[in-house]
Every structure is written in structure tokens, then in C-alpha cells.
Design a protein around this ligand. Structure first.
Ligand code: UDP
Length: 240
């Protein structure tokens, strides 16, 4: 029997970059399938799952702006990229037998449902995985902030950040061999030490709403379910 998961409802944030895997651009089908399998395993523990997927594998507002596109327009393009990723993940989840709904912060009725908080709550109560697309719906934000916002609105017990590394380090472990892995931190420490967990707006929102952040490697298949049972490797920001 698996250990009881710590949390009743979680929001899992996955960056677009993770879904690229080794590619230069777009989606790696095998990675999308693996992530869907991981989400399914978390749901199978009886945990209600919200998802926010980034768009950096397709378009980032900042890079568009640096190439001459007006910043707000570039950000809308980035938000549309998150809808593409959300649909890809929905597809993979449904293929794995998991019922899902995509709710977009930018209404696009023929593609998915608009974001309505109470409707999202209802989907969760019915055991559906809810994918929040189009970030916050506003330019100048990131999907990390969207994840913190939706986690707060949905009354999630934890924001799980699935990254390429197994926790928070003092520096980027891919570039700096002296980087040290940290096991436990407070939101305040993340902000004051400028640790690269999520942007400051996202960390602040989580701190104000007492939402712990669990950072783990989504590239490690099955890790999401393991860390929820207190096994595997992760860094916990805030929480008990
Ligand atoms: N974005 C935005 N508002 C939001 C969320 C996202 O404008 O609330 C845009 C922004 O341009 C960002 C892009 O969407 O660069 C993709 O999101 P993000 O960079 O957060 O994706 P990730 O790094 O997680 O793949």
C-alpha cells in the first residue's frame, strides 16, 4: 500500500521547456506521454490535480519583444503557446484514461472552456484534472505567477514545481559544479537569497496564502507521486 499523500489538492506547474526535452522547439511526444502518466499516478493517489503548463518551448514574450514585437502582443503570443501545450497534455491524459478539462484565462469557446473559478472547483470535486491555460490572461506576467494565483484561488494545499532538477540549489547545478542542494527553505529565504525557484511575484503570492512549494524533477518518471508520499528527492519551500 502506498503511503497516504500529504496533500488533498495540488497544483502542478510544468514549464514548456520540460516538454521539449532535447528538442530545440515544440513538444517531445514521449515526454508529454510521460508527464501524463505521472499526473495519472498522482490522481490515482486520490489527490485532486490542477495543472499549469508554461509556453517557453514555443514562444516567450521577452524574446519576442527583443525582436521588435510590442511587449503586450508578444506576451499574448506566449499565452497562446500555453494553450497549445495544454491541449497536448489534455490529449495525452485522455489517451491514458484521465478525464480532464482545459480552462483558458483568454476565452476561446470552440477550443476549451473559459476560466470560471466555481466551475473549476466543480470539475475538481468530480475528480477531473483541470488544466489552466493562457496563464493569468494578462501580459507582463509569467505562468509561474499564474500557477501561484490559481493555486491560491483553488485553495490548493501545495504548488508542485516540476523542473529539470531535483530541488532548489544555491546556483544552477547544470552550470556551476559548486552548487549545493537545499532541502528546506522558507518563502522569505527564497526571496532574500534570490534563489531561482519561481519569480518573486509567484513566491510572494504563495507566501501570503501559506502555500508550500515542492520542487522536484519531473524528468524522473513517477517522481511526482513519490514526492507526494514523502519519498523521492525534493526541496520544500514553506510548509510543515
Ligand atoms: N505569459 C503572459 N502572462 C501570463 C503567463 C504567460 O504574458 O500570465 C506569456 C509570457 O510572454 C511568457 C509566455 O507567456 O513568456 C510563456 O510563459 P512562461 O515563460 O511562463 O513559460 P515557461 O517558462 O513556464 O515555459
Amino acid at each position: 500500500m502506498p503511503d497516504e499523500p500529504f496533500y488533498r489538492r495540488v497544483l502542478l506547474k510544468i514549464s514548456g521547456e520540460v516538454l521539449m526535452d532535447g528538442r530545440e522547439f515544440g513538444l517531445d511526444p514521449a515526454t508529454v506521454k510521460q508527464v501524463a502518466g505521472d499526473v495519472k499516478a498522482v490522481a490515482a493517489l486520490g489527490v485532486q490535480v490542477c495543472l499549469v503548463i508554461g509556453g517557453g518551448n514555443i514562444f516567450r514574450g521577452i524574446s519576442g519583444a527583443s525582436e521588435g514585437i510590442e511587449r503586450a502582443s508578444a506576451d499574448y503570443m506566449g499565452m497562446l503557446a500555453t494553450v497549445i501545450n495544454s491541449l497536448a497534455l489534455q490529449n495525452a491524459l485522455e489517451a491514458a484514461g484521465v478525464t480532464t478539462r482545459v480552462l483558458s484565462a483568454i476565452p476561446m469557446q470552440t477550443v476549451c472552456e473559459p476560466y470560471i473559478r466555481r466551475r473549476a472547483m466543480r470539475h475538481l470535486e468530480k475528480g477531473r484534472v483541470v488544466i489552466f491555460a493562457a496563464g493569468t490572461g494578462n501580459p507582463y506576467f509569467t505562468t509561474d505567477t499564474a500557477a501561484a494565483l490559481r493555486a491560491s484561488e483553488m485553495d490548493c494545499d501545495c504548488l508542485m514545481k516540476g523542473t529539470k532538477v531535483d530541488g532548489v540549489y544555491t546556483a544552477d547545478p547544470m552550470r556551476d559544479p559548486t552548487a549545493v542542494r537545499l532541502e528546506r527553505l522558507t518563502h522569505h529565504e527564497v526571496l532574500t537569497r534570490d534563489l531561482k525557484v519561481m519569480d518573486a511575484a509567484a513566491i510572494t503570492l504563495c507566501r501570503e496564502n501559506n502555500i508550500p512549494i515542492l520542487v522536484f524533477s519531473i524528468q524522473n518518471a513517477g517522481e511526482a507521486a513519490r514526492v507526494l508520499q514523502g519519498r523521492g528527492r525534493y526541496t520544500l519551500v514553506g510548509g510543515n
